[in-house]
Write a protein that binds this ligand. Structure first.
Ligand code: HEM
Ligand SMILES: *[C@@H]1O[C@H](CO)[C@@H](O)[C@H](O)[C@H]1NC(C)=O
Ligand SMILES: *[C@@H]1O[C@H](CO)[C@@H](O)[C@H](O)[C@H]1NC(C)=O
Ligand SMILES: *[C@@H]1O[C@H](CO)[C@@H](O)[C@H](O)[C@H]1NC(C)=O
Ligand SMILES: *[C@@H]1O[C@H](CO)[C@@H](O)[C@H](O)[C@H]1NC(C)=O
Ligand SMILES: *[C@@H]1O[C@H](CO)[C@@H](O)[C@H](O)[C@H]1NC(C)=O
Length: 277
């Protein structure tokens, strides 16, 4: 999901006024029947690409995912702006090892450390097992950090950090570059983008769990494709909120740290101690 990511950096220059487009004029919202993958169908590490393939919104066999297919599928299943989907495709097609490829397959997405990376929310690291099959053990670990019926950006940030600490501590091949950090923040924003309230940056935990565990759009739980076109701005805003929420440092808060001068002196003292060590 390199997608969100870089798209974010270089799209921020584009005007984002398309979000007022009338919904459902361009095929947004038609959700075909869900079927589990058949034995020769390709699936990958992205729960959403798998989900869209399971609904036939992307090719059910997980092959020949072209620019056109991504634009149409992201509109239909998520009401993404075509410009956004185009950039996501351009970021993804490098997963196909052929030069100048015009499509990718869901199997291409499994290539470790191309787009796929360590410390996923719902897959184990390549070092430990399948880097792309849904892993209930890993997902249960993630869910511990979603303690309320509504997931906030702070809950999502905590889940992200927890997976990273676990990988860094126990996977001797742990790798998580600066580029991955950007991709990862886009992935962490994705459940809010697909199923949540973009203004409040919250998402119903039941919908998110259903999506990850079934690789299915939660229509039977009452979810429907959002009316407003998803803009890059919305994605950036949520990724930024999650990024900020990954900090482990709190504000000192009223009454907890005395006055500013005392705080400065204390900080100076600690800094001095560190220098002396
Ligand atoms: C061209 C479109 C897309 C491509 C090629 C793509 C590819 C990927 C890849 C390779 C990963 C694995 C990263 C890892 O190792 O954890 C991933 C993860 C993820 N993607 Fe996508 N993605 C796309 C679009 C989307 C969309 C539209 C959504 C939802 C709105 C989404 C939601 C997610 C989530 C939630 C994860 C994290 C899974 C986890 O941590 O277990 N993706 N994606
Ligand atoms: C791949 O998809 C494109 C566009 O959706 C289509 O024109 C083409 O025939 C497909 N190729 C194969 C091999 O299925
Ligand atoms: C890929 O595209 C580049 C730029 O258009 C071109 O120079 C190169 O020859 C192409 N490579 C292949 C294998 O088609
Ligand atoms: C799921 O993750 C656990 C913990 O890393 C691992 O032991 C197990 O082999 C994984 N299962 C699969 C199918 O990869
Ligand atoms: C967003 O928050 C506002 C203010 O707390 C609340 O009134 C509104 O219902 C919330 N929206 C959703 C969809 O939860
Ligand atoms: C979340 O969605 C489920 C399924 O539609 C619903 O039963 C539940 O009340 C929702 N939870 C919240 C907090 O809105």
């Amino acid at each position: 999901m390199k997608s969100f990511i870089v798209l974010l950096s270089y799209i921020s220059a584009l005007p984002c006024g398309i979000s007022a487009l009338k919904p459902r004029d361009n095929g947004a919202g038609e959700i075909p029947e869900w079927h589990p993958p058949r034995p020769n169908d390709f699936r990958g590490p992205c729960p959403m690409m798998n989900t869209l393939a399971n609904h036939g919104i992307l090719p059910r066999n997980g092959r020949n995912i072209t620019r056109e297919a991504v634009i149409k599928g992201m509109k239909q299943g998520l009401n993404f702006d075509p410009a956004l989907a185009t950039i996501m495709f351009d970021q993804a097609v490098i997963a196909n090892p052929e030069p100048n490829a015009t499509f990718f397959t869901l199997d291409h997405l499994n290539r470790h450390n191309v787009l796929e990376h360590d410390a996923s929310l719902s897959r184990t690291d390549a070092f430990f097992g399948s880097n792309h099959v849904f892993n209930q053990t890993i997902f249960d670990q993630t869910r511990r950090y979603w303690p309320e019926p509504v997931i906030t950006t702070t809950h999502m940030a905590n889940a992200k950090i927890a997976r990273q600490i676990d990988s860094k501590a126990f996977n001797p091949t742990y790798r998580f570059t600066d580029a991955v950090e950007h991709f990862s923040l886009g992935e962490m924003a994705a459940p809010f983008i697909a199923f949540g309230d973009l203004e409040n940056a919250t998402v119903n935990r039941t919908l998110v769990e259903y999506f990850f565990q079934n690789e299915r759009l939660p229509t039977e739980l009452g979810w429907r494709v959002r009316d407003r076109v998803v803009s890059v701005k919305a994605i950036l805003r949520i990724s930024d909120m999650i990024g900020s929420a990954t900090s482990l440092i709190t504000d000192s808060g009223e009454g907890s740290g005395g006055n500013g001068m005392a705080r400065k002196l204390r900080r100076g003292f600690h800094a001095g101690v560190r220098r002396d060590l």
